[in-house]
Design a binder for this molecule. Structure first.
Ligand code: F6P
Length: 346
């Protein structure tokens, strides 16, 4: 039996750990063969492959990124496959390469395509990944813990320079329309204010918290999720383009906040945009373990013929759920979780 593996969407630390576990267990326990597809859905769409065996996965556990490459190619988008139906083209390429099953490691968009392929009879098993931690059906995705730790370390460093210069420092973190990274990094880093997309903010209130922190002789750190927005709905995006799945490119809210805070409070303010630093480098131990367990359980699902399923974390157990459950509803920060963090604002 030959199994294809692909990683799609924004990369995140831990992808290589999944690939390693899939291949090691697949070869050692089930005697399977593997083929890697390059750059997400572009690989099966164009039949672009890379050899994938035990030798190819040696030493990759601590490496960030993905040895298979990634992309945001959307085979469902009209014109993505030169006029031919993307799904049909993928099916033809899989058949031509003798691929009997596909392990798809991805987030909302990549797994959305996997769901469609599964409905069309392609044997797929999903593995959830994203630093945003916004997929339904799983308690955590790998990549999130690493991103949170990177952001927390940045906040720790910003505290000292903020104090020296009596400035308000604003830290813009990723997360798309979910505030998980901001919430966890902000709580872990002792932020003065945390702003998330799920809770539109009042700029007057933010400035009041900032002022209060200055009055208590501490310099404020404001952690803002890239998708956060003011109550009046002002658009803060610096770029207007959308990706192949129709998502806007976030960015700009940190700078907007710095300008507003400076003009309304009279205090110096600076914005730091952490950007792709949060997705790079070596995974934390938590992410390595979660990714390894996901990989091992995904190849077991293939061996069991449990197609259309995705591995997921429930408590401390890895379970199987329908792939569609991951993307049917995004997991956002509930109000009660935000309320826990609010205790420390101002
Ligand atoms: O979904 C992961 C993520 O890093 C988001 O947090 C962010 O908005 C987006 O991807 C950035 O995408 P790109 O790497 O295409 O700029």
């Amino acid at each position: 039996m030959r199994v294809g593996v692909l990683t799609g969407g924004g990369d995140c630390p831990g992808l290589n750990a999944v690939i390693r576990a899939v291949v090691r267990k697949g070869v050692q326990e089930y005697g399977l063969e593997f083929v890697g597809f390059r750059d997400g859905w572009r690989g099966p769409l164009e039949g672009d492959t890379v050899p994938l065996d035990v030798q190819a996965v040696r030493g990759i556990l601590p490496r960030g990124g993905t040895i298979l490459g990634s992309s945001r190619t959307n085979p469902l988008k009209a014109g993505a496959s030169g006029g031919r139906d993307g799904i049909e083209r993928i099916k033809d390429n899989l058949a031509g390469l003798g691929v009997d099953a596909l392990i798809v490691i991805g987030g909302e968009d990549t797994l959305g395509v996997a769901t469609r392929l599964g409905e069309q009879g392609v044997p797929v098993v999903g593995v959830p990944k994203t630093i945003d931690n916004d997929l339904g059906a799983t308690d955590y995705t790998f990549g999130f813990d690493t991103a949170v730790n990177i952001a927390m370390e940045a906040i720790d460093r910003l505290h000292t320079t903020a104090e020296s210069h009596h400035r308000a420092l604003i830290v813009e973190v990723m997360g798309r329309s979910a505030g998980w990274i901001a919430l966890h990094a902000g709580m872990a880093g002792g932020a003065n204010v945390i702003l998330i997309p799920e809770q539109p903010f009042d700029i007057e209130q933010v400035c009041a918290w900032v002022q209060h922190r200055f009055q208590t002789q501490y310099a404020p750190i404001v952690v803002v999720a890239e998708g956060a927005h003011p109550k009046d709905g002002t658009d803060t995006l610096v770029a207007q383009e959308r990706d192949a799945f129709g998502h806007v490119r976030y960015g700009g809210v940190g700078q907007m906040l710095a300008s507003e805070i400076e003009s309304r409070t009279g205090k110096e303010a600076r914005a730091t945009v952490l950007g792709h630093v949060q997705r790079g480098g070596t995974p934390t131990a938590f992410d390595r373990v979660l990714a390894t367990r996901f990989g091992a359980h995904a190849i077991r699902a293939v061996a069991d013929g449990a197609y259309g399923s995705m591995v997921a974390l429930r408590g401390t157990d890895i379970v199987r759920v329908p792939i569609a459950d991951a993307t049917s509803e995004l997991k956002l920060v509930p109000p009660e979780r935000y309320a826990e963090a609010e205790l420390f604002f101002g």
